[in-house]
Design a protein around this ligand. Structure first.
Ligand SMILES: [Zn+2]
Length: 242
């Protein structure tokens, strides 16, 4: 296992996030101890390489996480469901920061997510790799899901609106059917799921991520027992050709 992809959501304490002070201590730990890579970037040999991935593009990524990435010179991947993004919001930043998680939002109520101008700023920074996260953040193991729209659609839309090439796809809720996976592989270089496992390298067609929300402490994902569990799971996945 040479590559550990960490998955985050919010920059606020709770089951789907971390308090900003803890997140900062965690980033400082990563910057001090591990090579931090963006998707597809060559890995440092003989080291555990770390990739940071944030899902859903909550406003707190722009307001809290991005300045911390700049401070510690860390790259990150941001998974965006562009069908939910708006051009502008009249809502105050303090309200946007405490908007409930994506699963609780209605389409009229997406002010807790980054707007297009905010995404453009992030994409243009050179520090944030924009990934597609479905068009409307629906489950892609649902037989009713329009796979062409949800998988190919966001790649086109993000490229058009942000001027970036989108090579990475993050499955919403980590769920997908074999048809969804096949279509994703045709259009993207890397596909990401959850699965609490490490990875050998970027050549894996389906990359595993481990949750780094609700951390017990700054170094929690790197505890010896945790890394051992991620290694065993990576080995088992290889054996199953998963
Ligand atoms: Zn998501």
């Amino acid at each position: 296992m040479n590559l550990l992809v960490l998955m985050y959501h919010r920059a606020q304490a709770g089951p789907h996030g971390n308090d900003p002070a803890l997140l900062e201590a965690h980033f400082a730990h990563v910057a001090r101890h591990y090579p931090c890579v963006r998707p597809g970037q060559p890995l440092a040999s003989g080291r555990l390489n770390v990739c940071l991935s944030f899902d859903d593009a909550y406003f707190d990524f722009h307001r809290v996480v991005f300045p911390l990435l700049e401070k510690y010179s860390l790259p990150a991947m941001l998974a965006v469901a562009p069908g939910l993004c708006s051009e502008a919001t009249g809502v105050a930043p303090e309200i946007r920061l405490v908007q409930p998680d994506l699963g609780l939002q209605t389409p009229e109520c997406t002010y807790g997510l980054c707007t297009w101008p905010e995404l453009r700023e992030l994409a243009g920074s050179g520090r944030v790799t924009i990934a597609a996260h479905g068009l409307n953040h629906v489950r892609l193991d649902d037989p009713a899901a329009d796979l062409e729209q949800e998988i190919v659609g966001p790649q086109r839309l993000l490229a058009e609106r942000l001027g970036v090439t989108v090579e990475n796809f993050v499955f919403p809720y980590g769920r997908f059917s074999s048809r969804a996976l096949a279509l994703t592989r045709r259009h993207y270089r890397h596909a990401f799921r959850i699965g609490q496992a490490g990875n050998r390298d970027w050549s894996q067609p389906l990359l595993y991520r481990v949750s780094a929300d609700n951390l017990a402490d700054a170094a929690a994902p790197f505890a010896v027992t945790r890394l051992q569990a991620y290694r065993i799971r990576a080995w088992w996945n290889r054996l199953r050709r998963k």
